[in-house]
Design a protein around this ligand. Structure first.
Ligand code: GLU
Length: 239
């Protein structure tokens, strides 16, 4: 089990994402990474080992920006190295994905993408998601995600951002847990509720085959084919 944490809002996303990953540490992991979007550019820091290593890296090579994603990885496909640590990018470095779970048909998908000229830089199954979204991207991130989901088999959850469709985080649930939190101009995505409780108690539990678009002005919910749904937020009363 890995941890995913995403933040969009007016505050500095880096300490919020690092804190979110810390509260997901109990799930176990072997490497970690963070991706931040600043003025249309993606910046990534990743390392193997504990979050302390990532904290030291971010202290040496600081990141600033408007929103982003963090990930703690439990390797299933590929060694627990820095190269295989999430988030993972497409060929152009404009799309970045943090993923939990397994893509069963990734070998077939990767073979086709390689034939089409995509360049892979990791041993993970996850990287096919970034390249599929790149292939389907025509300016709207969630539309590219719906087309990508139609090609993927497996049990997973992921979050994705694109520098070319800014100011949104798209979160997907297909058999692995992911929740979304929203409050006054801020949006959160996490693998588990306690990670967002310091910020909000208004939580949307995604069901399987659901996709949430998280933005500063709120959450839009869809099924995996792109049909709009009404989000049912729950108020969490426990600590
Ligand atoms: N299968 C992916 C990988 O090996 C995700 C693992 C996870 O859930 O952390 O990178």
């Amino acid at each position: 089990m890995c941890g995913i944490f995403g933040y969009i809002g007016p505050r500095d996303p880096v300490p919020i994402i690092m804190g979110g990953l810390k509260s997901l540490e109990y799930r176990g992991y072997d490497s970690a990474g963070v991706a931040i979007i600043q003025d249309g550019q993606l910046q990534i820091r990743r390392c193997s080992g504990k979050l302390k290593n990532l904290e030291e890296l971010v202290a040496k090579q600081p990141l600033t920006g408007q929103y982003g994603l963090g990930h703690t990885r439990w390797a299933t496909h590929g060694r627990p190295t820095e190269e295989n640590a999430h988030p993972h990018r497409d060929c152009k470095g404009r799309i970045v994905v943090a993923h939990n779970g397994i893509i069963e048909n990734y070998i077939d998908l990767k073979r086709k993408l390689l034939e089409e000229g995509h360049k892979f830089t990791t041993e993970t199954d996850t990287e096919v998601i970034a390249h599929l979204i790149e292939k389907h991207f025509e300016g709207n991130l969630e539309q590219a995600v719906f087309k990508t989901l139609a090609q993927m088999r497996g049990l997973y959850a992921f979050t994705v951002v694109s520098a070319d469709d800014p100011q949104k985080i798209v979160a997907v649930r297909e058999g692995a847990p992911i929740i979304v939190g929203s409050v006054d101009g801020e949006g959160f995505v996490a693998s588990d509720v306690p990670a967002v409780l310091p910020y909000t108690r208004s939580i949307l539990f995604l069901d399987d085959h659901e996709v949430a678009v998280v933005a500063r002005d709120g959450i839009h919910l869809f099924d995996s084919s792109g049909k709009s749904r009404t989000p049912q937020f729950q108020h969490i009363t426990w600590d």
